[in-house]
Design a protein around this ligand. Structure first.
Ligand SMILES: [Zn+2]
Ligand SMILES: [Zn+2]
Length: 102
């Protein structure tokens, strides 16, 4: 988690809103849950945003992007000995032989 003030006031203290703490009859701490995510900057009172969740989302996006990117590689066709750039077709554009990335 990396909280920052949405107004970028430089405030370093934040208060979690809507946090419910659950206690049992002995007053022992059981768990807490955030009924509704929300943090407020104690410096200026503006809502704070959690930058800690952004990189994870960006990472997932980058990963999905990498998977959809066509991998190309230069290989020498074993049949016609032409240096060809492999794309998703995985076959020699010169002679049509199936190719493998070494
Ligand atoms: Zn602030
Ligand atoms: Zn070939």
């Amino acid at each position: 988690m990396l909280l920052v003030c949405s107004q970028k006031c430089g405030g370093k203290l934040f208060r979690a809103l809507f946090a419910e703490v659950e206690l049992d009859s002995d007053g022992e701490y059981q768990s807490h849950r955030i009924a509704q995510p929300g943090y407020v900057c104690l410096n200026c009172g503006a809502p704070a945003v959690d930058l800690g969740e952004v990189p994870a989302e960006l990472e997932a996006e980058a990963l999905a992007e990498a998977e959809s990117t066509v991998v190309t590689a230069d290989v020498l066709c074993p049949v016609c000995e032409t240096l060809v750039q492999l794309d998703a077709n995985m076959e020699c554009p010169n002679c049509g032989s199936p190719l493998e990335v070494a």
